[in-house]
Design a protein around this ligand. Sequence first.
Ligand SMILES: Cc1cc2nc3c(=O)[nH]c(=O)nc-3n(C[C@H](O)[C@H](O)[C@H](O)COP(=O)(O)OP(=O)(O)OC[C@H]3O[C@@H](n4cnc5c(N)ncnc54)[C@H](O)[C@@H]3O)c2cc1C
Length: 172
Amino acid sequence: MVAFIHVMVQSTSMGDGGLRDLRNVESSSFDLGGGLGSFYSEFNHPKASWFHDKEKSYVIAPALGNETARALLGQSTWRLIHTTMARFPLKPTENEKMALKQFIFLLSRLYPCGDCAQHFQQLLQEFPPHVDSRYDAEQWACAAHNRVNKRLGKELLDCSTVRSLYDCGCKS
Ligand SMILES: Cc1cc2nc3c(=O)[nH]c(=O)nc-3n(C[C@H](O)[C@H](O)[C@H](O)COP(=O)(O)OP(=O)(O)OC[C@H]3O[C@@H](n4cnc5c(N)ncnc54)[C@H](O)[C@@H]3O)c2cc1C
């Protein structure tokens, strides 16, 4: 974790040039000494052993009973997820692919509706994030959202329309 923070500090203190340099750091340079580094390799394992290690995957927040809070949180989070995918690089580096996986899996632990987070972890186990390109990422997020919609009895979205909905981050 210390190494991760160090990289983030470096990138912000070096301005644009520094950020560009760090975009090309390959995944092996993100060896975080048994912390998130081992989390990545375990997660990339075909059997996703990370999910079976309850110490590493447990959901942190309690259940969220308030329906209004739950809906507002869901709407904002879906917006964040879809806009992140729509602005993800067309051809991401290994480092960027790993960052997106990390983001989604840590979200599944930290999502502040704990019972939703449990469902989300189950979904990720069956349907892990696709991160090889912007198109793959946005289609994955749309399909994941549709799985949640289906479970909650909501309408499904036609995923061929998803890019036009979120590409500028300004969907009303
Ligand atoms: C990871 C996650 C897990 C969740 N798990 C639960 C849960 O277990 N139980 C629970 O009660 N709630 C859960 N929620 C909240 C739930 O998904 C909704 O956000 C909430 O019920 C509000 O629904 P909504 O009808 O306003 O639209 P939302 O589902 O919030 O969608 C917001 C807007 O996104 C657009 N949209 C709809 N489908 C798609 C799609 N497939 N792709 C792109 N855009 C789309 C539509 O314009 C829609 O109005 C979860 C949310 C997240 C982010």
